[in-house]
Design a protein around this ligand. Structure first.
Ligand SMILES: O=C(O)C(=O)C[C@H](O)[C@H](O)COP(=O)(O)O
Length: 210
């Protein structure tokens, strides 16, 4: 599946941290119940590969990998069935690994030089992290002026109140964030709130033209 298809269906990408595969399945079901059909499962915990594999069994969920820091983790993510691979920064090794496997890579690019390195590898959507600290929508507008055709996924400090401003910009493909799946919600097994926050995000995205 192409990255732009996945992002068109998912203007909001939940960044998920899970401690075991079952937690991943529960989170995935809660997201789908709220109308979100993707989850970025981060390699911040050792449970990520098993969780990705287990979550692939959920109907209507496209599972990606996040916080992928090197080519080895990218390979593991792809072997576990990740449909896209997100990294906080730009790594040519990761992008190459993904391209060889035919899996889209979404590298984080925090400045013009890194964007140029990504463009040189055929990337046309980049993550912009940490979006709020790097200048948010204003910074993305400035980069768009010099990189026509490039699209951005701002992540880091995104909240429901910021979604309309971001999602009304055509150069923004989607927004990433963890607010729907905050750690304490997962730990307290509060799936209903994860579903409610997901539904709220979907509603705001629709009202913002997505
Ligand atoms: O995991 C990665 O690869 C990252 O780049 C970091 C995450 O995307 C952010 O931690 C999400 O940001 P918050 O919504 O502010 O929590």
């Amino acid at each position: 599946m192409r990255l732009d298809q996945i992002l068109r269906a998912n203007p909001v990408i939940p960044v998920v941290v899970v401690n075991d595969a079952q937690e991943g399945v529960d989170v995935g079901r809660a997201l789908v119940a709220g109308g979100i059909s993707t989850a970025e499962v981060t390699f911040r915990t050792a449970a990520a590969p098993d969780a990705i594999e287990a979550m692939n069994g959920i109907d209507g969920l496209v599972v990606g990998a996040g916080t992928v820091l090197n080519a080895h983790q990218a390979k593991r993510a792809i072997e576990s069935g990740a449909r896209y691979v997100v990294s906080p920064g730009f790594s040519a090794d990761i992008v190459r690994t993904c391209q060889e496997a035919g899996v889209p890579a979404l590298p984080g690019c925090s400045n013009a030089s890194l964007i140029m390195a990504a463009l040189a590898m055929g990337i046309d959507v980049v993550k912009f992290f940490p979006a709020n600290i790097l200048g948010g929508a204003g910074a993305i507008k400035a980069y768009s002026a010099v990189f026509p055709g490039l699209r951005f996924v701002p992540t880091g400090g995104v909240s429901p109140s910021l979604l309309p401003e971001y999602l009304r910009m055509p150069e923004i493909a989607a927004c990433g964030g963890s607010w729907m799946v905050r750690r304490e919600l997962v730990e307290s097994r509060n799936w209903a709130t994860i579903t409610a926050l997901s539904a709220e995000a979907v509603r705001i995205a629709k009202e913002s033209g997505r």
